[in-house]
Design a protein around this ligand. Structure first.
Ligand SMILES: [Zn+2]
Length: 262
């Protein structure tokens, strides 16, 4: 019985996270176009039809409709579905790792992690679609880091300031030596995130970012879909590394050091 109840609670968490990230899809598509984020009901970009409530159920609507608009049959981007699923997973991970708090739903520490993963998701998809990481998302991460000073006292100020430079400074030097090595948005993302997460988490973050980005590039080069001269958005891969580091970066580093007995 208890297992069933816990299962239902996690299902609720998934749905809640998916609903919140469903709003982020609006940010992902409207923000780069300079459209209003609050006003204007969701509509199909193909036929302009306003979507009914039944078409706005996170994750489910996409699957039921077979990824197509019910009006004009235009294919709906998989990014909507993916973003909503990521929201559900992010909320579950945040509560599993940072506790449910007094509310029994999500602790304040968990909220920091969940909001951060929301920002990372927006950054990743906008960068993927437009190759731009907007400064206001870096600012949002820095503000989240200020709240984290109280909520995560185990990361000292020195730890955070070191985190802000440990990866971003070498990236900046590399881009000065090799123009175009990293985008300014990527460097700022790593600086702001280092301030939020502390320096220990930044090491696994960049490692995972380079590893996943590298695998993607090799895969695309091998299939002839990319040439060596093409620029690709590194932000989504950094975001994968940072999200993993936000949840268990410190533990990953400790595990790595213990394996090598450093
Ligand atoms: Zn349509």
């Amino acid at each position: 019985m208890l297992t069933v109840l816990i299962g239902i609670l996690y299902l609720f968490r998934f749905i809640f996270g998916a609903c919140i990230f469903s709003f982020l899809t609006v940010v992902i598509y409207r923000f780069p176009k300079g459209e209003n984020l609050v006003y204007g009901r969701s509509h199909c970009p193909g036929c302009g039809r306003t979507l009914s409530a039944g078409e706005l159920i996170p994750c489910i609507s996409y699957l039921v409709q077979g990824g197509k608009c019910l009006g004009c049959g235009m294919k709906i981007s998989k990014q909507y579905f993916l973003t909503e699923c990521l929201g559900g997973i992010a909320f579950i991970l945040s509560s599993a790792y940072f506790g449910s708090g007094e509310s029994g739903f999500l602790s304040l520490r968990g909220w920091i992690a969940f909001i951060y993963m929301g920002i990372l998701t927006v950054v990743a998809f906008i960068d993927w679609n437009t190759k731009i990481i907007y400064d206001r998302f870096h600012i949002a991460i820095v503000l989240l880091g200020i709240a984290a000073v109280w909520l995560f006292p185990e990361h000292t100020l020195t730890d955070r300031l070191l985190g802000a430079v440990i990866i971003s400074a070498p990236m900046l030097i590399l881009s000065l030596l090799i123009p175009g090595a990293f985008g300014g948005g990527d460097i700022k993302l790593m600086a702001a995130s280092g301030w939020l997460l502390g320096y220990r988490a930044m090491i696994p973050a960049i490692f995972i970012g380079i590893l996943t980005g590298g695998i993607y590039c090799i895969w695309m080069l091998a299939r002839g879909k990319m040439t060596r001269k093409d620029r690709f958005a590194f932000g989504p891969f950094l975001a994968i590394g940072l999200a993993a580091a936000c949840i268990c970066g410190d533990q990953m580093l400790e595990w790595y050091l213990s394996v090598w007995q450093i």
